[in-house]
Design a protein around this ligand. Structure first.
Ligand code: HEC
Length: 175
């Protein structure tokens, strides 16, 4: 049976449990900035976050032949995975037509995506120089840059992708 006293004790237990939770469970330890660095790899559309490094399309072609061609095919087409070059402008909503040259609005996203996700079976295994080289190779294949442009943080940030203005910004005031 509940007495006034037992209800009071129960309330005290509930309140002190709540207080203990608010103070935190006392587990774990503060994380060091150097430990976060390996995961803090996001690159913004304006290129902020791009690391030091440099690569050319010619270097990228060699890396592509070793680490990417098995899934993406020669020259980035005809493999089991997504095509990496556009045949022309997008003509339908069909996802298969959307590729780097005719769809991706920012070159920085290409660097970010390759660095964090490719090769598919070994993500985060490429050096920054390799990622710059692969980005240069794929952008040259898509005729966004010429074969001789070397990419680094400064040159990559300046690239204007063909479909840069093809997106409608839903909330422009929040940019
Ligand atoms: C084992 C197969 C495999 C290998 C090897 C591989 N990829 Fe991929 N790649 C994929 C798959 C699967 C996707 C689609 C992933 C998705 O949609 O989430 C993809 C997607 C991509 C995309 C995005 C294409 C788009 O427009 O959506 C790029 C860019 C890319 N890969 C680059 C590379 C590069 C560069 C390499 C070599 C370093 C590489 N991939 C190696 C399987 C692979």
């Amino acid at each position: 049976m509940f007495t006034r006293k037992s209800i009071g004790v129960a309330l005290l237990v509930v309140l002190s449990a709540g207080f203990a939770q608010a103070a935190g469970p006392g587990l774990g330890q503060p994380i060091a900035t150097s430990d976060i660095a390996a995961w803090d790899t996001s690159i913004m559309p304006d290129g902020s976050g791009l690391p030091a490094g440099r690569g050319t399309a010619a270097q990228g072609a060699q890396i592509f032949a070793g680490k990417c061609v098995a899934c993406h095919g020669e020259n980035g087409v005809g493999g089991s995975a997504s095509a990496l070059t556009a045949k022309g402008p997008i003509t339908s909503i069909n996802g298969g037509e959307k590729t780097i040259g005719n769809f991706w609005p920012y070159a920085s996203t290409l660097f970010d995506f390759i660095r964090r996700a490719m090769p598919w079976q070994q993500p985060k295994s490429l050096t920054n120089d390799e990622v710059y080289a692969l980005t240069a190779y794929l952008l040259a294949l898509n005729k966004v840059i010429d074969d001789n442009t070397a990419l680094d943080a400064a040159t990559l940030a300046k690239i204007k992708m063909p479909n840069r203005d093809g997106f409608i910004i839903r909330f422009p005031d929040r940019i």
